[in-house]
Design a binder for this molecule. Structure first.
Ligand SMILES: [Zn+2]
Length: 373
């Protein structure tokens, strides 16, 4: 991994259009992901840890607190893309600015760029039902007690929550998406509080968060056990957790590469099979079964967790052609039948996990706590 000590000479300069919004609510100040020391701004483009002296770059006011480690993204190239985005899209509306990101990708045709841009722009409205529904208990306790979105990407959930008066803070491994997220959240009435960080090294102190949401992330992190241990570490007793992920043993096609049966193969064969069937890479895709997910949660966290069969949302059904909409409604009716629940959890396309964090004492969770400076 190229990123080692951020804040070096190559990123000492920021684009002129960058504005600094290093304003974090006091109880949730980002901290050093190496030692959890306090961070202090060092001019517009850098922040430094008072305890261990590590320096980190900032892009558009967002600190880059990523540590070296397995990641699907090249940190250096991603930061350069974020800086270019800030410099070149300041005069564009949000939709055009989102399109800019997709258009910067080699090999993307106009149709794909347009479709993905539409999906991102529709994202906050699409998530409104989730924000009012199954996610509601996990969205923190108000302005002084925001929830944490781990893997917030382009900020659609944080924007949807902000629009519903539920402020959150977000981390993501992609700085290019975080600069977009800042605009997305602001345009939905929110105040962006974002950091670029690894999910396996969260820049937050122990036991500080009352709600964690992480949608479609666990299947992409380099180390799922470390990711869950970190969520457990930053959660305080009573913290509510919501995860969503595709099911390894789904009877439908693998949703990232649209290949059937990937999850049924032993893991070492999956990437080769996907490449053979689709020509696509399958790096940093590792779907879990419900059983594997629950085992990891028990082993790595303090959450009392349970599985939920997600229905297809009314918002999505409204976009489907008639035949597919009928199938989706049938799926929802069957998924709500109690006797069929084990079947849907075993081979349904997606599943959710919701949980409540136990108190620290007497449950052996001390092993997850990390040394402070
Ligand atoms: Zn430090």
């Amino acid at each position: 991994m190229k990123l080692d000590r951020p804040g070096g000479a190559d990123h000492a300069r920021g684009a002129a259009s960058e504005t600094i919004r290093f304003a974090t609510p006091a109880p949730f100040a980002w901290c050093c992901p190496r030692c959890r020391g306090a961070l202090a701004a060092e001019g517009p483009d850098a922040t430094a840890c008072a305890a261990c002296g590590a320096r980190y770059a900032c892009v558009g006011g967002i600190p880059d607190l990523r540590l070296p480690g397995p990641s699907w993204i090249d940190h250096e190239a991603d930061r350069a893309l974020a800086r270019r985005w800030l410099a070149e899209t300041a005069d564009l509306d949000l939709e055009a600015a989102v399109r800019w990101i997709y258009a910067s990708r080699p090999d993307w045709d106009a149709e794909r760029i347009a479709r993905r841009t539409r999906e991102v722009m529709r994202g906050p409205a699409r998530l409104a039902d989730d924000v009012a529904g199954w996610l509601a208990p996990c969205l923190g306790g108000g302005p002084d007690d925001p929830f944490l979105d781990v893997g917030c990407g382009n900020g659609t959930l944080l924007a949807a929550a902000a629009a519903a008066g539920r402020p959150g803070i977000g981390i993501d491994v992609s700085m290019a998406w975080l600069v977009v997220a800042a605009r997305m959240i602001a345009e939905h009435g929110g105040h962006p509080v974002l950091a670029c960080a690894m999910a396996e090294a969260l820049p937050l102190a122990d036991g500080t968060v009352g709600g964690v949401v992480s949608l479609d992330v666990i299947e992409h992190v380099g180390d799922p056990a470390a990711y869950l241990r970190e969520i457990s570490r930053v959660a305080r007793a009573g913290c509510r957790l919501a995860l969503a992920t595709p099911n390894r043993f789904s009877l439908t096609a693998e949703p990232h590469v649209f290949v059937w049966g990937v999850g049924w193969l032993p893991r070492p064969l999956q990437a080769r099979y996907v490449r053979w069937r689709s020509g696509k890479s399958y790096d940093y895709n590792r779907l879990l079964s419900t059983r594997e997910a629950m085992r990891l949660l028990r082993r790595c966290t303090r959450f009392d967790a349970r599985l939920v069969v997600p229905p297809v949302s009314e918002h999505d059904i409204a976009q489907f052609p008639e035949g597919r909409a009928r199938l989706a409604r049938l799926y929802n009716r069957l998924a709500s039948v109690r006797a069929l629940r084990p079947l849907f959890l075993a081979v349904g396309p997606f599943f959710r996990v919701v949980g409540i964090c136990r108190p620290d004492a007497g449950n052996g969770s001390g092993q997850h706590r990390t040394a402070r400076p």
